[in-house]
Design a protein around this ligand. Structure first.
Ligand code: NAP
Length: 137
C-alpha cells in the first residue's frame, strides 16, 4: 500500500553525477525518491545502489527523454498516476551540446534540455503540489 504521508522527491537525471549522489542522500533521509533517466538499465543500477546502501529505501524510476516537451508532459502524468504527492522537484538533468543540434520540438538542444525541460513540470505544479497540500490539511 502507498504511504501518502512519506515525502516524495523527484530528481531528473538521477542516474549519474550530482543527481545520483543527491538521490542517494535524499533516500537516506527517509523520503521516497523517484529518478528520471533514459535507460532502464541505468535507472535499475542506481536504484539497486540506493537499496544496497539504504535498506528499505523507497525508490522508483521513470523513463523518458527530457529534451522532448511531450515526453516531459507524459512523465508528469505518469508520476501523478503512481505517486500520491510531490514535495521536492529537482530539475537536475542536463548536458552540454558543443555542436548545434535540435530537439524533436525544433528547439536548440542546450535550451531544450537544460532550460525548457523544467517548464512542463512547473506548469503542472498545481497537479503536484496542490495534491500534497490537500493531504497535509
Ligand atoms: N558537473 C559539473 O561540474 C556541473 C557544473 C555546472 C552545472 N552542472 C549541471 O548539473 C547537472 C548535473 O550534472 P552532472 O555532471 O551530474 O551530469 P551527468 O553526470 O552527465 O548526468 C546527467 C544526467 O542527466 C540525464 N540526462 C541527460 N540527458 C537527458 C535526457 N535527454 N533525458 C533525460 N535525462 C537526461 C542523464 O541520464 P541518462 O543518461 O541515464 O538518461 C544523467 O542522469 C546538469 O544539469 C549540468 O548541466 C554540472
Amino acid at each position: 500500500m502507498v504511504d501518502s504521508t512519506r515525502k516524495v522527491c523527484l530528481i531528473t537525471g538521477g542516474t549519474s553525477g550530482i543527481g545520483a549522489a543527491a538521490a542517494l542522500e535524499i533516500a537516506r533521509r527517509g523520503m521516497t525518491v523517484v529518478i528520471v533517466g533514459r535507460s532502464v538499465r541505468r535507472c535499475m543500477k542506481q536504484l539497486n545502489k540506493i537499496r544496497w546502501s539504504v535498506p528499505g529505501a523507497h525508490v522508483d524510476f521513470l523513463i523518458g527523454d527530457l529534451s522532448s516537451q511531450k515526453e516531459v508532459r507524459r512523465l508528469a502524468a505518469e508520476f501523478l498516476a503512481r505517486h500520491p504527492r510531490l514535495d521536492v522537484l529537482v530539475n537536475n538533468a542536463g548536458a552540454y551540446f558543443k555542436r548545434r543540434e535540435v530537439s524533436v520540438d525544433g528547439i536548440e538542444m542546450n535550451l531544450a534540455l537544460n532550460h525548457m525541460e523544467g517548464v512542463p513540470w512547473r506548469k503542472n505544479r498545481g497537479g503536484f503540489f496542490d495534491r500534497t497540500q490537500e493531504r497535509q490539511n
